[in-house]
Design a protein around this ligand. Sequence first.
Ligand code: GUN
Length: 296
Amino acid sequence: MTQTAGAKIIDGRHHARQLREALRIKAAGLLAKFGAPPKLTVILVGDDAPSRLYVSNKSKACRDVGIASVVIELPASTGLEALLAVIEEQNRDPSVHGILVQLPLPAHLPVHAVLERISVEKDVDGFHLYNVGSLALGTAVFPPCTPYGVQKLLEAEGIPIAGQNVVVVGASNIVGKPTAMMLMQKDATVCICHAKTRDLAQFTILADILVVAAGKPNLIVPQMVKTGAVVIDVGINRLPNGKVVGDVDFEGVRQKASYITPVPGGVGPMTVTMLLANTITAAQRMWGISETSTGT
Ligand code: GUN
């Protein structure tokens, strides 16, 4: 990629608005045809403040495009059996197309046992073992929302993926690993770095596309970035002064990159939008319509 005087800032809010416009039309079409809207159930256990905010944002986004949403709030003391019973009830309810259990769960609840109880056909987060496996095989049932949003941002900006060196910083199950899988599936050469990687910069400097999801403010500084690289910042960190920042030194790195996502306003709005897309896809499948909700 070419040298630039300053990166183009990728406006995630703009791309999310455009995608939501198309989703709104699809949701309205489903309502007209089947007499009911696509419906998402969100299960929130405990009172983690950021989770509460994320769940409220998801509900608002659903309303915005005409998806019905229900939030089931359970106390932090909820036991595994009680939580599984709630999930089973949602699995059986034919009016519910998507089910999401907000993470993190209270420490006493085994995350995988919970996620694996969600019906594969309603697992719009894409976190069920089956869906993780389908992603690894390149036939994702529901692509996980944040990696899906990253891919859509790259596509919307016309940034090529095939043959590019992609370095993903962060190996989480929610972001790092599935992002690596999805971009490898698009024929990128992918490297995953993580907390134990020695000399992170020797890897990041090779990236044509650098995706950072480590949860550490200012982890990526200009000397770690190749001139002309595309920098996608998935980090969301609240500083002691209340400011929300990503993992990348935005002001420094934007001088060197060709494209960069801001925080907030970059990947975040896309994550929620892809959840809406997956919920509409789930409804379409349940109603026997085979097209996908985002045209891919
Ligand atoms: N917590 C942080 N990100 C996510 C997400 O994408 N899905 C769920 N269910 N929980 C989260």
